[in-house]
Design a protein around this ligand. Structure first.
Ligand SMILES: [Zn+2]
Length: 253
């Protein structure tokens, strides 16, 4: 089976962009390009051009380089059909739609919460997820447009993916996420172990991304709003209510 290489590269202050490229190919797919210089560098290093661009949502730090890349490579832009604020997509996709680029399959998952038209891209053949600003390592995106109800539902969809799924998200926020997570669940031993690894990575200036879904399920409090510990902490058995309170607490942390 075809397994593409995923190249992570830093953009702007703390964003990540991704290049998806089949072995030996000269054509690649960029995810959420915002930093033109870094995009051109990763393409050059890997000897390929950006035939396609996948967009998760409309924020500037995920789309700023789209027009320049399009001018240079005539890239085909893929985006959610209902997102009016992303650069006009050439390929408009819907929730649960499966499409194929360079023999790689992608499934669209509508994940409102951070923005209302946010989508994730899941590659079912290799269990890879591009989660944009929906799920971060040990955290989740800020709730700019959604409600706790839609955001929790979106995270629950991600939780349903195969445990071995590898997650590539939009930002390197893991260290501050870990500090918050430990403050609300200090006794979580999996989280303690993960926090140690995160600190080591940061010390050595290495990314903490990608991450595995199985680790997020064990350690990420935002995926555990139905867990007894948080039900007690936030005095509610309703995961939506728990999520709302947890998100607010993180905003003020
Ligand atoms: Zn965003």
């Amino acid at each position: 089976m075809l397994k593409p290489n995923i190249y992570l590269f830093p953009q702007l202050d703390d964003n990540y962009g991704y290049l998806i490229k089949n072995p030996h190919a000269t054509e690649g797919i960029l995810v959420d390009p915002s930093d033109l210089k870094m995009c051109l560098k990763i393409l050059e290093l890997n000897d390929c051009k950006a035939t396609h661009i996948l967009l998760t949502h409309h924020h500037d730090d995920h789309i700023a380089a789209v027009q320049d890349l399009k001018n240079k490579f005539q890239s085909i832009v893929v985006g959610y059909e209902n997102d009016k604020n992303i650069p006009q997509p050439d390929l408009k996709v819907k929730d649960e739609e499966i499409f194929e680029i360079h023999q790689n399959k992608f499934k669209v998952i509508h994940t409102p919460g951070h923005t209302l038209q946010h989508i994730n891209y899941f590659m079912p053949d290799c269990n890879i997820l591009f989660s944009g600003d929906t799920l971060f390592s040990i955290g989740c995106g800020r709730m700019f447009e959604g409600t706790p109800e839609v955001f929790w539902k979106s995270l629950s969809k991600i939780k349903q993916l195969p445990e071995e799924t590898t997650i590539y998200c939009g930002h390197e926020y893991t260290l501050s996420n870990v500090k918050f997570a430990l403050s609300i669940y200090p006794d979580n031993q999996d989280l303690q172990k993960y926090a140690h690894w995160v600190e080591q990575q940061e010390k050595e200036h290495r990314p903490t991304i990608p991450t595995k879904l199985v680790d997020q399920i064990k350690c990420n409090p935002f995926l555990q709003c139905d867990h007894e510990h948080f039900q007690k902490l936030y005095k509610s058995t309703d995961p939506i209510e728990v999520f709302g309170q947890m998100r607010k607490a993180k905003d003020n942390f």
